[in-house]
Design a protein around this ligand. Sequence first.
Ligand SMILES: [Zn+2]
Ligand SMILES: [Zn+2]
Length: 346
Amino acid sequence: MKALVYQGPGKITLQDRPKPEISAPTDAIVRVLKTTLCGTDLHIVKGDVPSCTPGRILGHEGVGVVEAVGPAVTAFKKGDHVLISCVSSCGKCAYCRKQMYSHCTTGGWILGNTIDGTQAEFVRTPYADNSLYPIPNGADEEALVMLSDILPTGFECGVLNGQIQPGATVAIVGSGPIGLAALLTAQFFSPAEIIMVDLDDNRLAIAKTFGATQVVNSTDGKAVEAVMKLTENRGVDTAIEAVGIPATFEMCEKIVAAGGHIANIGVHGKKVDLHLETLWDRNISITTRLVDTATIPMLFKTVQAKKINPTLLITHHFTLDAILEAYETFGNAAKTKALKVIVTMA
Ligand SMILES: [Zn+2]
Ligand SMILES: [Zn+2]
């Protein structure tokens, strides 16, 4: 089968690889129909993720058809259409029992990281009963690819942890795919204001069409002042960090209102200063989280009911043969205006 393989920093190739086989009774083999690329894949290609070693097939998102199941799999059978969670979880360990699937003692984010992933014609999915979700006939499969990772990430790490309330003022720092996913799902809770902050006017224009009430271009280094002005110097009830660099997290520390929440989504590779000298008396909370994908069934219902439309995030389509071009396009988002790309197995 064809597969996109990480070959070490800066190197990926499309290769012929043997089709995966069932190796544990709880495994399924899924024929991938559609997958996508994630910012995390770009981090891996840069060499930022040491757990992902050369020779690994990348990808942790997708939809497909069950090709085979191990003898312990009871919820799925050959021919079932499924959504693949980016997190594999046993369903039995202490973390899984708390729905903290990302910290499953024998699972977590392993697909396309420590085991072969979904950017291939077939993928072995461990703990199939707990890590796959059924897709009914006629569902929009491209929309559902957005439910493997990006929408639950924006929703769980940003919106739920940020405790967005009706009438609240929210700022989302970072208007990339994850920030936009938080923007879409924040609206479940009817905040009064959602202020999007980014460096890219194109992404801010998209944010407006997704429901942002205000946008702030931070290129001039005065985004904090702009947000404070928009909130009559009060700051925001929820500040969602959706970039993963010190400057954006520190911006959240400066714009959070008394009693507010800072919800971090970004993957941070560098230390960030926590300004307790200004925050110690502000009654704020700061949360961090790795996506658990526990909200996939709920998000699925909102997509089916057309409460949100995740296909808005899809800007480009490629076939698996052209996946290197997909990486180029996705990796140069400022130029190509890419948000999420769909890769279809031709
Ligand atoms: Zn991802
Ligand atoms: Zn577990």
